[in-house]
Write a protein that binds this ligand. Structure first.
Ligand code: FE2
Length: 347
């Protein structure tokens, strides 16, 4: 099968053709690559179920993650949890202590985006802990890494974190960096998840078409507003423009409403503090063929969370699959020097 969506020349098209047509899932062809033989023989799962937890915002988002991820793992039979935690510290960045707690809550891998550098002590942690990713298309001199490959029950899962450039910082090209990483990971696995942290819907859709047939899913993050356009391409690549937010919904994308309104009305910088009410966990659940890497199903999820009344056995979706949401813009010009200094962990 040759995808007609690619515009990158013969190199890309022949690569796609190889993945689908050279029979590289058969034991015979796998013998040319010892590592691949090991993967095939040890694969026990026909499908891999991935839960992606959308942008965790402040203490309410951390609390929802702490209490909901493990029940959701059971409910959906999740094999691997990816969570975007770049807003975990009061909406701006994440501290090493918070990142460590995320793993204890049942998160397997954390992704991030433009706020990854907001807490200075995270830099040292990024050098030590590659399971907290920063966008791969930051210059290679930046600390940390933007991809990860992990064996889960005999199936290798590749994850790539990229950041858009439209209305965002002008870093390296996410398309070129993403393609390069996909080539590298495809030597090891066909199960590849991409968290594309970007502002513009158009850039996110373009990335989906660009990587169509080469990855299992392109899931958008950053706007904090869940979109209702989940789909799977004929080539098996799932897509959602934005998975939304895990945090307080009675807010302006997670922050208290009044300072946000005042900033827009007056044009003056304001101190932002995480809101507290109407907390929800948003995300998406993907069921992916371990053999082909094609996504078989995608389910957009959103769950209410109230710390005072929470019972793990009672979790009920807060949104039906047919309820529609609209994508909204996000102002990149937060005054980060005035960000909430929320550091305490009271989950
Ligand atoms: Fe962001």
């Amino acid at each position: 099968m040759v995808s007609t969506h690619f515009h990158g020349g013969c190199e890309i098209r022949s690569c796609v053709r190889d993945w689908y047509d050279d029979g590289d899932t058969s034991p015979d062809s796998a013998q040319v690559n010892d590592q691949r033989v090991v993967v095939l023989e040890s694969s026990l799962m026909a499908f891999v179920t991935i839960l992606y937890v959308a942008d965790i915002c402040g203490r309410p988002g951390r609390q929802a993650t702490a209490h909901l991820v493990k029940p959701l793992r059971e409910k959906y039979g999740v094999d691997y949890v990816i969570a975007n935690s770049e807003n975990a510290a009061g909406g701006f960045g994440i501290t090493p202590e918070m990142a460590k707690k995320m793993f204890a809550y049942g998160v397997d891998l954390q992704t991030s985006g433009n706020h990854i550098w907001d807490r200075y002590d995270i830099v040292r942690y990024l050098y030590q802990k590659p399971k907290l990713l920063r966008p791969a298309n930051f210059p290679e001199e930046a600390p940390g890494q933007g991809w990860y490959l992990e064996d889960v029950g005999g199936v290798k899962i590749g994850v790539i974190n990229l950041q858009g450039r439209t209305y965002m910082k002008d870093i390296d090209c996410p398309f070129k960096v993403g393609r390069h990483l996909v080539y590298r990971l495809r030597e090891q696995t066909k199960v590849i998840f991409v968290d594309f942290h970007a502002e513009a819907t158009s850039e996110k859709q373009a990335m989906w078409h660009y990587l169509d047939g080469m990855v299992s899913a392109v899931i958008g993050s950053h706007t904090h507003v869940q979109t209702a356009d989940e789909t799977i391409s004929p080539n098996g690549t799932a897509y959602l423009t934005d998975a939304g937010m895990t945090g307080p919904f009675d807010s302006v994308i997670g922050m208290q409403k009044e300072p946000s309104i005042e900033r827009f009305v007056t044009g003056m910088p304001k101190r932002f503090t995480t809101a507290t009410e109407d907390v929800k966990l948003s995300g998406v659940v993907l069921r992916i063929s371990a053999e082909t890497g094609r996504t078989e199903s995608i389910e957009r999820i959103r769950y209410d969370f109230d710390l005072d009344t929470f019972k793990p056995e009672d979790i009920v979706p807060a949104v039906s699959e047919t309820e529609s949401e609209t994508d909204e813009s996000y102002d990149e010009s937060y005054d980060e020097s005035q960000s909430d200094n929320e550091e305490e962990l009271q989950e």
